[in-house]
Design a protein around this ligand. Structure first.
Ligand code: MRU
Length: 348
């Protein structure tokens, strides 16, 4: 397929001396960039959702460590690793649920430990590799996932899993891009994804840039949409997939999986190997990020809820493996995931 035609947006860009992030808090009305010149600035950008999406925050953190390295003197990679330990910890703490953050930093640290006096250059090479591998994984997953979809299908997606959330092309949105290009996906619906509106502000905007028609629905309209027969697959990304195939993803994913099963629809999760956490047994052990109640109590800085009302704002949930028909990774597809099938594809 002509990838570039369907994939024009980029959220994370290394300029050679700073990290340029498309500010996702301001989309779709303003396209402004935040230039990060320190690892502290990158950690703050991850925490504040300037950059978001599991793979994208891993990539940003890798470049954050490259920036931290500019402030440190060391004669070897091992010595640099000691001196960069607090920067690594700070980046790692920026958000808790997406495992890609810890994965990328572990990979960067391993490269550092094995490096000699050229450790700074080695860190840059590793960050570039993490980014390039993510794009390649997404394109491969696009093909694998699209192959599961019958021609003429309708799909519903949640949150934003596209180029904005990754190095490019996207995970679930990559499958949808490939499916559209191949004529398998004929109707695309996106849930608005309250409260931060990743679907309404980001996904439908991103698809518009690439000329892919999509229809926005209120999150609350999902079960009704399923009942109308217009969608055959729900396709989502993941922030962490545990050893038994449970999937942590944006809040609301779990109820979509329940509704999909009720209506006899298929449920696909698309995520690279960097999102797989074989060291955590089940989804019950995943830390679920809770964000400020203000995200629920108002919009755009304007309070919409009566003063004195409290709100609870968990921003991820866990979909049990039993509700999932396919987990698509760049290593292959795990159908009806369970611990044994996950181990077969991810033995290490
Ligand atoms: O809070 P966010 O916007 O970072 O959450 C993002 C998601 O939940 C995505 O679905 C997930 O990271 C997969 S992105 C390829």
């Amino acid at each position: 397929m002509d990838y570039d035609r369907y994939d024009r947006v980029r959220a994370v860009r290394w300029t050679g001396e700073a990290l340029d992030l498309l500010d996702q808090r301001l989309l779709p009305h303003r396209q402004e960039h935040v230039l990060c010149r320190s690892s502290q600035a990158v950690a703050a950008a991850i925490h504040d959702l300037v950059v978001r999406g599991a793979p994208a925050i891993g990539i940003a953190a890798a470049w954050g460590l490259v920036l931290a390295a500019q402030q440190v003197e060391a004669g070897s990679g091992a010595q640099a690793a000691e001196r960069l330990a607090s920067a690594i910890d700070h980046l790692n703490a920026a958000r808790p649920t997406a495992v890609n953050l810890a994965w990328a930093l572990r990979r960067m640290r391993a490269r550092l430990i094995g490096a000699g006096t050229d450790w700074r250059a080695q860190l840059q090479i590793e960050a570039s590799a993490i980014e390039a591998e993510d794009l390649a994984a997404n394109r491969h997953m696009g093909q694998l996932g699209a192959a599961l979809i019958a021609p003429g299908s309708g799909v519903l997606t949640h949150c934003n899993t596209g180029s904005l959330a990754t190095a490019g092309f996207g995970t679930a949105l990559g499958v949808i891009r490939a499916g559209v290009a191949e004529g398998r996906v004929q109707r695309v619906f996106a849930g608005e994804t309250r409260p931060w509106l990743q679907g309404a502000r980001l996904t439908v905007w991103e698809l518009l840039q690439d000329g892919i028609p999509a229809t926005l629905i209120a999150d609350a309209a999902a079960a009704h949409l399923m009942a109308t027969g217009q969608v055959q697959w729900v396709i989502v990304g993941a922030d962490r997939i545990t050893a038994n195939g449970d999937v942590a993803n944006k809040i609301g994913t779990y109820q979509l999986a329940i509704a999909a099963r009720h209506h006899g629809l298929k449920f696909m999760v698309v995520a690279p190997a960097s999102t797989i956490d074989m060291h955590t047994a089940t989804g019950a052990a995943i830390e679920i990020e809770e964000r400020s109640a203000d995200e629920l109590l108002g919009y755009g800085g304007v309070r919409t809820v009566a003063e004195g009302v409290k709100a609870w704002n968990p921003v991820f949930d866990v979909t049990p493996a039993g509700l999932i028909d396919a987990i698509v990774t760049e290593r292959g597809v795990v159908e009806r995931p369970d611990a044994q099938r996950m181990r077969a594809l991810f033995p290490d």
